[in-house]
Design a protein around this ligand. Sequence first.
Ligand code: AMP
Ligand code: MG
Length: 472
Amino acid sequence: MQPVAALPLPDAQLLFLNTGLANEIGLNLPWEDRLAVLHLLSGNAAWPGQSATASAYAGHQFGNWVPRLGDGRVLTLAEWLAPDGSPVELQLKGAGPTPYARGSDGRATLASSVRELLACEALHALSVPTTRALSLAVSPLVIQRDDLQTAGVLSRTAPCFVRFGHFEFHAHHGTPQQLAALADHVIEHHFPYLKNHPRRHAAWLAEVIDLTAALLAHWQTLGFCHGVLNTDNLSVLGLTLDYGPYGFMERFRPHHVCNASDTEGRYAYTAQPAVGRWNCARLLDACLGLLAPQPEAAREQAQALLARYDEVYSQEVMRRWRAKLGLRQARAGDADLLNRWLTLLQRGKADFTLAFRRLADVIQTDPAEALPFLPPGQDGALRDWLHDWRTRLAGEGCQPAERAAAMRRVNPCYVLRNHLAHAAIEDAQRGSSTELHSLLAILARPFDEQAGAERYAAPQAEGGELAIGCMA
Ligand code: AMP
Ligand code: MG
């Protein structure tokens, strides 16, 4: 950890401030002095009483070991306890280089800052654990990427931003004592109920594995693709962290890759759960010394811990899929019913989000009018599937209206589609936050159909789906 001063952001303006989040975390700022608030949240003034720091971490990037990464363009400004007693860490992203910048400029583009802001707030509204966006400061400052871009400074919060990569860093460069101290710090502040556990490190690792498996299950059932699932981008609290070229899958394709630079599809939609497990294995490798003094015994324990991942993942993912299909009870054959439905979506090039959303409309009605996304060739297979699905539903004895309402509480109408993010970015690049705020208002209530918001539910036009490359 190193103290670092932020680099001032010239002619900064506050484009976004999350007042709801500010209240929730008890953010204590001189609200009546807008300029002072802007200075604090853009890196133009030091945080009173605390000096900003950047931390070192390591990681496996696209499967390759990278011993030295770290907060290259992120500063932790402050830490405190929220009114409900939970810990809060506040970071600035894009406020200049740190000792871990490895020659990069320490800045973030306005585009990538808007993308992170939108995604974390969208996932939060979908009840997916995530870091949060507090504010966005913009500036005419131009930075070089593939082309010239304007810069932004995002402030973001989480109970903490500790990554798997922090443990990998200490395992590689530090002493066993430092590794244990980091684990104990995380346990004390974020898993306090484990403090007096007789095997607290193993118990904590079990929690991290469970949280990660549950997070991946949640993503899969929303069609969310992270894009850069490196170990340095995985949170030990099971939060979605570090939004780069993410995407909510539109047309259902198991091998959908949202990151244009991921040419081998390492982080394709269907690969994510296994990557989550692989990353947990890397965390366990780093933490072997916390499990037992003898390597053999430690490895055995690590294997047992890793086995939890499959168990928790498969339980969680089926629980969520069942709810999306309106199934209340677990029965043999559910996975088959799900897979047949997903195959229909894939063959019909259906929009993942809308297909599930519309399923609630056809509990009783004719499929032809309500599921217009399936091409004529699929009619027979769809009719068969709907017949089997309705038979399965009938066996549970629940009122159709009640079941449809329950399905609409888990199948969002609105997700953050790339073209919507793109429109908000273009508007922000013109100095306007209108589209950003409109989009955030829709995404804040993803399960409620909102009058006049049809265009926010619509998929991108055929063929126009964007794969997002590096626009960091
Ligand atoms: P990411 O792919 O965003 O997770 O970043 C990987 C690593 O590169 C992290 O250590 C970042 O802090 C660092 N990094 C990315 N972009 C920059 C930048 N513009 N300046 C400094 N460090 C950066
Ligand atoms: Mg990262």
